[in-house]
Design a protein around this ligand. Structure first.
Ligand SMILES: Cc1cc2nc3c(=O)[nH]c(=O)nc-3n(C[C@H](O)[C@H](O)[C@H](O)COP(=O)(O)O)c2cc1C
Length: 192
């Protein structure tokens, strides 16, 4: 069975609308992929601070980060669920990328440039936004970053499923948006 890494950056956990959209899509994908799941809000992930940076220069890298980076490098698909925070995604996701963007695991170099070592040809990003901001708008700085780290790591094209204006919609409207995003994702999951 092919493998899928699910990166869950939904800090509000069971209250998260983003996670409510992601869970049934991951469930649908689990019919075709072996899922490795990282629940970032439970992981107590530090940014790369002076202590960790000094360790890294001595080749000392936290075992969990090596393991996660290796899973990412080998994965056939990567799915990221993260709410829209401060015009991007929660800092815990950036900390996860900092810790797992590892030389000779997710990327290397050829003496002139960096070369990605990952192999997933497709990445799916699921998000909900409080304001009515479209994917790709200049107000939206999550997808440009995820695309850029994908370039560094040699990941394939990014597909985004979003639900918007969530903080300015009625409860019924919010439920409708969640249902539409789940339907879009589960349909995609049949062939993705
Ligand atoms: C800390 C924080 C920062 C947020 N920043 C933004 C923002 O910059 N722009 C926006 O449109 N919505 C923002 N929101 C609203 C969320 O994007 C929105 O409520 C989303 O549906 C939350 O997803 P969740 O239910 O998965 O946590 C923010 C919410 C929180 C809690």
């Amino acid at each position: 069975m092919k493998s899928l890494v699910f990166i869950n950056a939904c800090v509000r956990q069971t209250d998260s609308r983003t996670l409510r959209i992601a869970e049934p899509i991951v469930e649908a994908l689990s019919a075709r992929y072996q899922i490795t799941r990282y629940n970032l809000p439970d992981m107590d992930i530090d940014p790369l601070n002076p202590y960790l940076y000094a360790g890294r220069s001595r080749g000392e890298i936290p075992a969990w980060a090596v393991e996660a980076a290796s899973s990412l490098a080998k994965a056939d698909r990567i799915l990221i669920a993260a709410p829209f925070w401060d015009m991007s995604f929660p800092a815990v996701l950036k900390c996860f990328f900092e810790q797992t963007s590892l030389f000779d695991i997710t990327f290397t170099d050829n003496g002139k440039n960096c070369v990605g070592l990952c192999q997933a040809p497709k990445v799916l990003y699921i998000t909900t936004r409080g304001m009515d901001i479209a994917t790709g708008s200049e107000w939206e700085q999550a997808t440009p970053y995820i695309r850029a780290i994908g370039r560094l790591w040699n990941l394939g094209p990014l597909t985004t499923i979003d639900a918007r204006n969530m903080d300015y919609s009625t409860e019924d409207e919010i439920e409708g948006k969640i249902a539409r995003a789940v339907a879009e994702g589960t349909e995609l999951a049949k062939t993705w």
